[in-house]
Design a protein around this ligand. Structure first.
Ligand code: CNA
Length: 303
């Protein structure tokens, strides 16, 4: 079977089942074409490139205890990843089209780059499982701070930042950190609550509705996120879009699973064309530099 044949099978499934809804489970791979490196890709991944920061181990950049001792590596990384520096990919806009066509149930994202929001996807559809830069809190007393407190500190030239100049709590002088989930921290309760609801919803749906879960751009190595696809009921079709086969798709595949091994933007392009959504996708991509234009373009789409 060629690598694109499973996308054609998916498109046929979507077209044949107009009531089928889609849940996406996505990771860093959907944003690499935007210029944001993922964690684990050899040579280009962040873990490979973090060596210049002299970390004891790559993951310590997201370790709260290490952050307390030395916030600079996280600041360096945050400056690179901060929202506003990047534009959404074709795949982000494809997910927006699923929403516009009334076929989207939810997007579970591990990404902290907020590019789902930038693509105009309504917040009620998006669960940011590992948090985002959109709010801040003190790591000692949990006091909440507005977005600007961390962002303005980040904007300072890193050459001049020293330990006394990081964003600090006015109440207890603890460090202020965006609500990005570090290793050892709990995921937002919204993640667990929404997944419980969605799972119940999937189980309660008629088999004939033929719902779909699309896993894309993730190595499926970070738990509990990585366990979601295994919990999907067997009557729901699972699809993987990734450079390599991962998770259950590699170790415990179901007969009904579909897999496309390749670049995500190519997958988005092929799927959109197979669904006859190619023009809609192009229109969204054309207006990508201006959010207002996107809103206008969406209004003009005859869908
Ligand atoms: P990961 O472990 O780096 O895996 C990424 C996966 O995507 C790998 O299997 C790659 O082969 C695959 N991939 C990369 N580029 C493409 C592409 N163009 N087309 C198809 N497949 C591709 O990242 P995960 O998301 O699985 O790991 C979870 C971590 C990554 C979360 O905690 C995130 O916060 C964290 N992260 C997020 C971002 C971001 O917000 N954009 C960037 C880097 C890391």
């Amino acid at each position: 079977m060629t690598k694109t044949s499973d996308i054609k099978l998916l498109a046929t499934h979507i077209k044949k089942n107009p009531d089928a809804k889609v849940i996406f489970m996505v990771g860093a791979g959907i944003s690499t074409s935007c210029g944001i490196p993922d964690f684990r890709s050899p040579k280009t991944g962040l873990y490979h490139n973090l060596s210049k920061l002299n970390l004891p181990f790559a993951e310590s950049v997201f370790d709260v205890d290490y952050f307390k001792q030395n916030p600079k590596p996280f600041y360096t990384l945050a400056r690179e990843l901060y929202p506003g520096n990047f534009k959404p990919s074709k795949f982000h806009y494809l997910m927006k089209l699923f929403e516009k066509k009334g076929r989207l149930k939810r997007i579970y994202t591990q990404n902290i780059d907020t590019l789902e929001r930038e693509a105009g996807i309504f917040p009620e559809y998006v669960i940011e499982a590992h948090g985002s830069f959109s709010s801040n809190h003190c790591i000692e007393c949990a006091k909440e701070f507005p977005l600007e407190v961390f962002r303005d500190q980040l904007a300072l030239d890193c050459k001049y930042i020293n330990i006394f100049e990081y964003a600090k709590c006015d109440k207890c002088k603890g460090l202020i950190k965006p609500r990005i989930v570090f290793f050892g921290e709990n995921l937002p309760s919204e993640f667990f609550d929404t997944w419980d609801e969605d799972l119940e919803w999937l189980c309660g749906r008629k088999k004939s509705e033929n719902d779909i879960v699309i896993v894309a751009g993730t190595s499926l190595t970070v738990y509990p996120f990585a366990s979601l696809h295994s919990e999907v009921p067997s009557h729901v079709k699972r699809v993987l879009f990734n450079i390599d086969s991962v998770g259950d798709f590699a170790s415990n595949p179901r007969q009904s699973d579909l897999q496309f091994k390749g670049k995500l933007d190519e997958a988005a392009f092929i799927l959109a064309h197979e669904l006859h959504w190619g023009k809609d996708l192009e229109l969204l991509m054309k207006t990508e530099n201006d959010v207002l234009d996107i809103v206008e373009a969406l209004e003009n789409l005859n869908i």
